[in-house]
Design a protein around this ligand. Sequence first.
Ligand SMILES: Cc1cc2nc3c(=O)[nH]c(=O)nc-3n(C[C@H](O)[C@H](O)[C@H](O)COP(=O)(O)O)c2cc1C
Ligand SMILES: C=C(O[C@@H]1CC(C(=O)O)=C[C@@H](OP(=O)(O)O)[C@H]1O)C(=O)O
Length: 394
Amino acid sequence: MLRFLDAGESHGKMLVAIIEGFPSNVEIDFESVNKFLSRRQKGYGRGARMKIESDKIEVISGIRGGKTTGAPICIAIHNKDYENWKEIMDYLKEYKEKVTVPRPGHADLNGVLKYDLDDIRNVIERASARETAIRVAVGAICMELLKVFNVKFISRTVKIGNIVDTTKVEEYSDEIVNIIENSPLRCLDKKVEKEMMDLIDKAREEGDTLGGAVEVIAFNVPQGLGSYSFYDRRMDYLISGSVMSIQGVKAVEIGEGIKGSETKGSQFNDKIIFEDGIFKRASNNSGGIEGGITTGMPIVVRAYMKPIPSIKKEFETVDIYGNKIKSRYERSDVCAVPSLAVVVESVLAYEILKEFLNKFSGDSLADVINSYNHYNLRVGGGKNYGRSFANSTK
Ligand SMILES: Cc1cc2nc3c(=O)[nH]c(=O)nc-3n(C[C@H](O)[C@H](O)[C@H](O)COP(=O)(O)O)c2cc1C
Ligand SMILES: C=C(O[C@@H]1CC(C(=O)O)=C[C@@H](OP(=O)(O)O)[C@H]1O)C(=O)O
């Protein structure tokens, strides 16, 4: 079974991850992995930290000669900012200037109470969304295997504050990807994007922050991943839990979950059709998942992020000893919604690959390909659902 663990602090030496259960002989394109990391760092509204970091992965084990070996993959991302935080982050010598004013909205207060800490710094360091850098690296490695099976993603911003991009994306296109990848907010509607940027500027001037929403679509995911047979095997359970675990995410929607709740069954159901010997759906309100199993239609996930909790504008609060005090500001992003889109893309890639390998299991890429092709011969009527068969090890 594919699994991973990660560790590391925001201003510590590095972030690390160990991925286990990844098949052998998968070619890893490091340029592509590092590009994924740099996509996460971009986005209008990000703070000063992103000018310091230029995330790149270092391979410690499990990849040799550009290919996975089947052994646990260990990777690291070094924090450049560590140089500026060495004294504060020293693991032997106690740093005397403790952080004692918790920020509402962050893990600060809950963390010190739960772990009996007298320095909020110990909470901030691990609760920080800096951790998403290594999660994206894990997702990027998963993507290298999904690419063999032509699984592709589009991830974009659909909302900043109350400004919404209503553009619909139903099919994958390189043109759409190009627009998104070259835009400041990963937004498709340029007019709406300008309004969003103005809103971010206004929030920054006011010493305030913003949230929003992203949409991520996975194309060419085969039918049959996940299961209705047990709650924790349901694809929608796995995806929503994983997306919800991303720092700041407060709601997850699959397909037309929200709008659909206002319609009738006859309108919401995706009509089943049978064409050229294969089953298809005439629409995709279910967002590619029915009964906890992928339908073969695109998987559509929307994630909603609350406004960034660290606020420059001063307000009255209390410290961890209960004393009334002015709020404390910690260097921060004003808005991180475009970055969230890339993080959701990578956690989705991980969850899809995990179930993909549960269904088409194999210790080597060739075994996985055989299993995949065999299944597609059966349910795809020998033709598959318009996806190309994975028949190479490239
Ligand atoms: C990519 C990204 C960047 C973030 N940057 C900041 C930030 O600069 N300052 C901040 O206070 N919160 C930031 N957050 C949000 C916090 O990490 C998050 O609100 C906090 O961990 C508590 O979230 P939770 O209640 O969902 O766990 C960021 C989140 C993401 C996904
Ligand atoms: C470091 C990243 O995001 C950080 C997430 C974050 C938080 O509180 O979640 C706070 C900020 O960190 P710092 O205090 O160093 O400025 C963000 O920059 C990153 O995305 O790589």
